[in-house]
Ligand binder design. Structure first.
Ligand code: ATP
Length: 336
C-alpha cells in the first residue's frame, strides 16, 4: 500500500482518543524501525501506544511486521532506529529489568520433548531467580490447571499436540502474576474449542489487571477479546484505537428487503447509494460517506413513495474487517 498522509493523521487522532485517562502507557514506540541485513524494511516508523489495562490486539496479515515488532519490544533484536519503552523502561537497554515483569509467548514455546509438561514448567520456574523454590509445585499446578493441562501434565511434551504445546507455553507465561502478557499469535494452530479456551483465559488474565498485548491475523479474534487494536500493513501502522472506534470507522451497509428490487435500485441510485448488490428479495448498498442521521428515514420514505414494498430496512453495523478494507483498500488475507 502506498503510504497515505491522511491515514497517518487519522491514526494519530484515534491514538489520542484512546490514550488512557491516567498513568503512562505500558508500551510506547516512536519511529520504531527495523531494516534487516538483506535490506528488507520489516517495520517502518512505528508509533504505538498501548494503554495500561487494555487487551491490545496487534493485527495484520502475515509478513506485516508483527513478530519483528514484538521481538524488538522484548529486546530480542535491536531496532535500526526509533525508540521503544516497555513498562516505562527503554528497550533493549533495560531488558534484564523489564522481562521479569512480562510473561511472553513468542513463536511457540521452547520445550524439551523428553520432559513431561509439568517438568517443563518446573524448568521454566527454576530459571526465574525471582521464583521461590518452596512454592514451585503449587505455582506449576495452578498454571497447569488454568490452561486445562492438569490431566496431561505427566505426558512427555513431544506427545503433545500443537494446541497443547501452545497452552503449555501460556502456562509458562502465567507462572507468576505479570504486569504485561505478550502473546504472538496465541491461537495459531488451535481448533475452535482450543481458540475459545485461550480467549477465555486472556479475558480472565486481563480481568486480574494484567495488560495483554496479542498479535493476530484474525479480525474476529480481535473483535472478540480486545479492547484496543492497531492495524499493521507492510511494516507500517495503518490505524490504532479502541476496537469500538475502529469498528465505527467501518461504514455500515444498507439492507433493503423487498420483492420490488428494480424499483428499489432506482431509488437507491438516486440517493447516491453505491456498490449495489441485488439478491433474491434484497438489495444491499453502501451509503454515501456524508449521509447524515436524517438521510435514512428520508430514503425509506422515498422508497415507499415510489411504490416499493419495503419488508425490511436498516443499516448493518460495520465490522473491523470492513474498517480494515476501507482503510487499506485491500482484502485482509493478502500476504504482505
Ligand atoms: N530475520 C529476518 N531477516 C530478513 N527478513 C526478515 C527477518 N524476519 C522477518 N523478515 C521479513 O520482515 C517482514 C515482516 O515479518 P514478520 O515476521 O515481522 O511479520 P508478521 O506480521 O509477524 O508475519 P507472520 O505472522 O507471518 O510472522 C517479512 O517480509 C519477513 O520476510
Amino acid at each position: 500500500m502506498a503510504h497515505s498522509p491522511a491515514l497517518e493523521s487519522a491514526a494519530g487522532a484515534v491514538a489520542e482518543a484512546a490514550a488512557p485517562a491516567g498513568g503512562p502507557p505500558v508500551i510506547r514506540t516512536q519511529g520504531l524501525t527495523k531494516r534487516f541485513g538483506g535490506g528488507q524494511l520489516a517495520v517502518d516508523g512505528l508509533d504505538l501506544t498501548v494503554p495500561r489495562g487494555s487487551v491490545f490486539g496487534f493485527l495484520g496479515p502475515n509478513g506485516s511486521g508483527k513478530t519483528t515488532t514484538i521481538r524488538m519490544l522484548m529486546g530480542l533484536i535491536a531496532p535500526t532506529s526509533g525508540v521503544a519503552t516497555v513498562l516505562g523502561e527503554s528497550m533493549p537497554q533495560s531488558v534484564t529489568r523489564v522481562l521479569p515483569r512480562v510473561g511472553a509467548l513468542i513463536e511457540g514455546p521452547a520445550l524439551y520433548g523428553f520432559l513431561s509438561g509439568r517438568d517443563n514448567l518446573r524448568r521454566f520456574d527454576s530459571a526465574d531467580p525471582t521464583c521461590d523454590p518452596r512454592t514451585r509445585d503449587a505455582r506449576v499446578d495452578r498454571a497447569l490447571e488454568r490452561v486445562g493441562l492438569a490431566a496431561a501434565a505427566g505426558k512427555k511434551a513431544r506427545a503433545y499436540s500443537l494446541g497443547m504445546k501452545q497452552r503449555l507455553g501460556l502456562a509458562a507465561a502465567l507462572l507468576q502474576p505479570r504486569e504485561l502478557l505478550v502473546l504472538d499469535e496465541p491461537t495459531n494452530g488451535l481448533d475452535p474449542q482450543g481458540m475459545r479456551e485461550i480467549r477465555a483465559l486472556v479475558r480472565e488474565v486481563a480481568a486480574e489487571g494484567t495488560t495483554v498485548f496479542l498479535s493476530s491475523h484474525l479480525l474476529d479474534e480481535i473483535e472478540q477479546v480486545c479492547t484496543h487494536a492497531a492495524v499493521m500493513s507492510k511494516g507500517r501502522l495503518v490505524v490504532q484505537g479502541t476496537v469500538a472506534e475502529l469498528a465505527a470507522r467501518a461504514q455500515g451497509r444498507l439492507v433493503v428487503r423487498t420483492p420490488d428490487t428494480t424499483g428499489a435500485v432506482a431509488v437507491l441510485t438516486a440517493h447516491e447509494v453505491t456498490e449495489l448488490q441485488v439478491t433474491e428479495g434484497q438489495v444491499l448498498g453502501r451509503p454515501a460517506a456524508d449521509a447524515d442521521e436524517e438521510w435514512l428515514p428520508r430514503l425509506c420514505a422515498a422508497l415507499v413513495a415510489a411504490g416499493v414494498r419495503v419488508r425490511g430496512f436498516g443499516l448493518e453495523r460495520g465490522t473491523l474487517e470492513d474498517a480494515f478494507v476501507a482503510l487499506t483498500g485491500e482484502g485482509f488475507d493478502v500476504a504482505g
